[in-house]
Design a protein around this ligand. Sequence first.
Ligand code: 1AE
Length: 402
Amino acid sequence: MSEVIATYKIKGKTGTFEKKAEGIALGLTVGSWTDLPILEQEQLQKYKGRVVSISESEDGATGLVKIGYPGHNYSNDLPAVLTTVFGKLSLDGEVKLVDLEFSADLKKNYPGPRFGIDGIRELTGIKERPLLMSIFKGVIGRDFTFLENQLKAQAMGGVDVVKDDEILFDNPLTPFIERIRTGKRVLQEVYEETGKRTLYAVNLSGRTSELKEKAKRARELGADALLFNVFSYGLDVLQELREDPGISLPIMAHPAFAGAVAASPSFGVGYSLWVGKFLRMTGADFSLFPSPYGSVALNKDQVLSVSEELNKEDAFFKKVLPVPSAGIHPALVPLLVKDFGFDCVINAGGGIHGHPDGAIGGGKAFLQAIDAILEGVNLREAAETQSELRKALSLWGEEVKV
Ligand code: 1AE
């Protein structure tokens, strides 16, 4: 059956959820039902939402309600699906959209990631360890001299990818196109000096109508990847970028603004759906989200459910790289690897630039921590012979036991 099944968490009282569920199933599809003449009821039957299941929490204060919406009620795009399953309903009291399950005929029209984890590993050449990414910091109001120095230091530290800060937009001091050209030149120089290739994800920003042309230009100039503030634009915009064959660059989805929709326990959309399943369906190759450990933390269950959505086996979609972020420093590497496995990106801004030896030392300290994990050595022991890691642990704290 062609259908999207929505799971909602609803606040209420014990014994009231059946009526509520039936009201949603009707209200978001054919409207009032029992008042219609029998003939019309029969004609509209196939458009009616169906209550799939209802379960109450032990105290009866919350219901988990599943409702199926027939596929022929909406066009097969996320804006239509979202408007159907959580349009008016999102404004109507304490209801949270927890999950959506798409039948295969509907799901197959979403593109999924173009590159996925395997494709990104191919591009970086890093096959058997977590990737290491760093972030430009403090670059607003700075010119290219500052940017170049910061990029060079990050790359000399050995990071695999450098990304723009999400708040660095197209601007007169460091315009988008020049950032790509400069980035390529600096990273090529580092490669010639060290043999290490670092990729650069440039922030694709501006009006929606300009994005595709800018992204195509970025590709022509040899950009490595795009950073994209998907939740400020909308998931369908990400899907448009992903589907355009003229763009064909890895897309890194930043979670800015995601919390406005997902953070409440009783309103909005669940994190696993918002920054997990939807990003995978619409085509992100990387999904950034706050880790449970740093400065902007989500709870561990939420984060693990996001990661599961990005990584579980799926007949239609490639896997997405989870990027647990915010306040990450080398002592957290064992915890991150335990939670997310080797197929993840260790991502740090302050944890790279704030190292006592600068960004070069920061990158080295992270790589030393990653190597220690690969070799089964604890960080304290590895730090005895590796000064960058030692300095990082002294500054940010000892390894947290896993
Ligand atoms: C959740 C996104 C994290 C991010 O984009 C960012 O800039 C983190 O910076 P640090 O590592 O916290 O300095």
